[in-house]
Design a protein around this ligand. Structure first.
Ligand code: KIV
Ligand code: ZN
Length: 380
């Protein structure tokens, strides 16, 4: 039996922090329903103290979304925690996500606290949050740049105070996959009570490493991943849900880890979030980009038409796409053209086909893509 990793979706919190994104309440609920249908384990619905809109989002999703944990973010302050506790009241399974920075940078410049002051503040926050729920996640902001000995001390004390999940955010996207794997591994092996909590990866994509770092964290022993649909989020974004889920699915042989996400809904979720947030998905985006299952060069088309897995490691139907696509361009070969013509119901003698192929190449040299209408004109 494979191990399971919990999927914590933060599209509605960290994702909504993307510059230029604002979701209305009905839009948040629509995304929330999609996340439940997909089978994610935890939905971070907002940061209740930050605005009336975020409070309403956490409260409304708590009321309407059943069978899933609803999480509200807080700083390590009583009034934040009280707001989250209030907003989460209707939830079947409420989680409070509290914490504060652990790196020297955050302690000195942002929090203006000593290590001990920050540690005591965090412990007090956990104890206060436990008045509302037993499900407490503690985040150690900027763990990726923090001193490990201090991180170990924080983890031990907040677990002792009642935290059940420990979030190890690489807030600035600074670490490398092997470094992040080691960080999770070291925390788990150097903290005496680490077996009392689930460790969570929360990676940002500033160096394009968020997915790789998250997978590294899993190899280090983390059993929760914090992700967003299409990887939206602050600056260069968060780890993309669809990338982690499909990496674990495609490489079961390597990771031996499962998620509860229904992969067939990945493309629909990606399109929904893109439409509602106005954040376009780049064509070559892994897993859900428009080109992810499209083949345009003759060599690749020939290979895929003979056997799909020659150039595709994911069956597009697994993510809800109809099928692989053959895009006809000046780099396409005879096999691709013949295949598309046959799909359109045209079959020709060798001689006639050669003549059409010559005309196709001449047309393709002037167009980015030769579409079905162009082909009909050619053969007529
Ligand atoms: O990136 C980060 O550190 C965060 C925390 C607030 C969890 O988003
Ligand atoms: Zn974040």
């Amino acid at each position: 039996m494979n191990d399971r990793v919990l999927v914590f979706d933060t599209t509605l919190r960290d994702g909504e922090q993307s510059p230029g994104v604002h979701l209305t309440m009905p839009e948040k609920l629509e995304i929330g329903h999609m996340l439940v249908a997909m089978g994610v384990d935890i939905i971070e619905a907002g940061f209740p103290i930050s605005s009336p809109g975020d409070f309403e989002a956490v409260e409304t999703l708590s009321k309407h979304l059943l069978g899933v944990t609803i999480c509200g973010l807080t700083r390590a302050r009583e009034k934040d925690i009280d707001a989250a506790g209030e907003a989460l009241k209707p939830a079947q399974r409420p989680r409070i996500h509290t914490g504060l920075g652990v790196s020297e940078n955050h302690l000195r410049y942002k929090l203006k606290m000593t290590e001990d002051e920050a540690l005591e503040t965090g412990v007090r926050a956990v104890k206060h949050a436990r008045k509302y729920t037993d499900d407490i996640e503690y985040f150690m902001e900027d763990s990726g740049r923090a001193k490990k000995d201090y991180v170990y001390r924080v983890v031990e004390k907040v677990i002792a105070a009642g935290a059940t999940t420990i979030n190890v955010p690489d807030t600035t996207g600074y670490t490398y996959p092997e470094e992040y794997r080691q960080l999770i591994h070291d925390i788990r092996s150097n903290v005496i009570n680490s077996d009392k909590a689930v460790f969570s990866c929360h990676c940002h994509n500033d160096l394009g490493m968020a997915t790789a770092n998250t997978l590294g964290g899993i190899l280090g022993g983390a059993r929760q991943v914090e992700v967003t649909i299409n990887g939206i989020g602050e600056r260069a974004g968060n780890t993309a849900l669809e990338e982690v889920v499909m990496a674990l699915n495609t490489r079961k042989d390597y990771f031996g880890i499962e998620t509860s996400v229904k992969t067939e809904l990945l493309l629909a979720a990606s399109k929904m979030v893109s439409k509602l947030t106005g954040m376009m998905v780049q064509r070559n985006k892994a897993v859900v980009g428009a080109n992810a299952y499209a083949h345009s060069s003759g060599i690749h088309q020939d290979g895929v038409l003979k056997e799909r897995s020659t150039y595709e490691i994911i069956d597009p139907r697994l993510v809800g796409a109809e099928k692989s696509e053959i895009i006809l361009t000046a780099r396409s070969g005879r096999h691709g053209l013949r295949h598309r013509l046959a799909e359109l119901g045209f079959n020709f003698t060798e001689e006639r086909f050669e003549a059409i192929y010559e005309q196709f190449l001449a047309m393709a040299d002037h167009k980015k893509e030769v579409n079905d209408e162009d082909l009909r004109v050619l053969v007529s």
